[in-house]
Design a protein around this ligand. Structure first.
Ligand code: AMP
Length: 425
């Protein structure tokens, strides 16, 4: 069979690599892919943007693609699954209606409240009904969020009422484009952040191996928020008790609620959680797709066939599947371009990839571009170096050996990915 992966980041490189490893898969296409996916066995890139649904569908029909897996949220929120389904093409991901869980934070908050799933208290505003008096009456800090997709940037944590009002007005004025036409103002939650990712198929759910990412750019979880600077699996903070609570109080009521609302969910479902001191798993956000960079370490640990997992979710037999995991830990370090997450450098020559390829572990590409036999930076997050080991500490050593083999002008990465887990070991 032929598989199509939609997207071109590190997550999509990992998805493509894992699908290509399936004995049933003859070829994997990645649209648009990156310099790393172009080098994988049985894999090639297709020059179609991830949001060009017409062209993706035409390509899938022409190549008779048996399974399409969508990496990023954009095409999912835009309805790629509905379009493929209408053309009777298997496409793994939620429908447009179910993807609103990520596409609209106001929708997600109303959904959480309606189904009594723990989350921060909140109010939503449009420019027409915005009430600065509401903000002045709240306890600080306050969190102001743009309603729509803002590439992970539409969240402002405000220490004063004035800055919260300014953030709200900035969003209405277009600081996050159309994403800020509506806003959510919510209570600031204390606790420890955890990501929890499952494969859902209507009422059936298979939790993936636990993971945790590092969102801040600098060591010690300081500096600006990013798309993610590294991740590891398993996450020791998700104890068996926490796991059971998250399934019972968040995941199960979420898929049940989506079904009750007439929008059953199939696909990867990612809950960003803040675990309170009393163990309550409060939902910070939902993502309607796999996490990046969580995908890279999680798929390094997955021993089962990913294609079979996605197919069983699509045909309703997911409940019979128990994925098999490598008992070792996996840890990925993101190597980013100079300046990321603000204006970053592009076009720097990446050196040392050949040396790294001879070391244990694996480097997944994200923002890379090939020119002849050379590979250049072409995005903010450039590579994710994943190591494995009997402990998170051992996986970290393997990952950093890869990192140290690779270099380009302005490269930046954190030196402490996994430190919280390693402290617990
Ligand atoms: P989100 O995109 O909603 O997950 O927000 C991005 C980041 O902002 C999260 O990963 C948290 O670190 C932080 N955040 C969002 N909402 C809250 C909240 N209510 N309380 C504390 N931190 C938050």
């Amino acid at each position: 069979m032929k598989v199509l992966i939609v997207g071109g980041g590190g997550r999509e490189h990992a998805l493509a690599w894992k699908c290509a490893a399936s004995p049933r898969v003859r070829h994997v296409f990645v649209a648009p892919g990156n310099a790393g996916t172009a080098l994988e066995a049985k894999t090639s890139n297709v020059d179609i943007a991830s949001d060009d649904i017409d062209a993706l569908l035409a390509f899938a029909a022409r190549e008779d693609i048996a399974l399409t897996i969508v990496g990023p949220e954009g095409p999912l929120v835009a309805g790629i699954v509905d379009r493929f389904s209408a053309a009777r093409r298997a496409c793994f991901g939620p429908t447009r209606a179910a993807a609103r869980l990520e596409g609209s934070k106001a929708f997600a908050k109303d959904f959480l409240r309606r189904h009594r799933i723990p989350t921060a208290s909140y109010a939503t505003f449009t420019p027409a009904n915005f009430d600065p008096g509401f903000i002045r009456a709240q306890r600080l800090p306050l969190v102001v969020k743009a309603d729509g997709l803002a590439a992970g940037k539409g969240v402002v944590i405000c220490e004063t009422h004035d800055s919260a009002i300014a953030a709200a007005k900035g969003m209405f004025a277009g600081s996050f484009g159309a994403a800020g036409n509506n806003i959510v103002v919510e209570e600031f939650l204390q606790g420890e952040e955890v990501s929890f990712i499952v494969i859902a198929s209507d009422h059936q759910v298979v939790p993936l191996a636990t993971s945790q990412d590092h969102k801040r750019r600098d060591d010690g979880d300081r500096g600006p928020n990013t798309g993610g600077m590294g991740a590891y699996s398993p996450a020791p903070i998700v104890t068996p008790e926490a796991h059971a609570r998250i399934m019972r109080e968040v995941v199960e009521p979420t898929v049940r609620g989506l079904r009750l609302d007439g929008t059953p969910y199939t696909g990867f479902l990612y809950a960003g959680l803040m675990i309170a001191a009393d163990g309550t798993p409060n939902v910070l956000e939902f993502n309607c797709r796999f996490g990046d960079p969580e995908t890279q370490p999680i798929l390094m640990r997955l021993k089962s066939d990913l294609v079979a997992l996605c197919e069983s979710a699509l045909d309703g037999s997911l409940g019979r599947i128990e994925p098999e995991w490598d008992s070792r830990a996996a840890l990925g370090v993101v190597m980013a371009a100079g300046g990321y997450p603000e204006n970053y450098r592009r076009g720097d020559l990446i050196e040392g990839l050949d040396t790294a390829a001879r070391l244990p572990g694996k480097i997944f590409h994200a923002g890379t571009r090939a020119s002849g036999s050379q590979i250049f930076t072409a995005g903010g997050r450039v590579l994710c170096a994943v190591g494995m080991g009997s402990t998170v500490g051992a996986a970290q050593r393997e990952a950093y050996a890869l990192v140290h083999a690779v270099h380009w002008n302005g490269v930046q990465y954190r030196r402490d990915i996994g430190y919280l887990a390693i402290e617990r070991e």
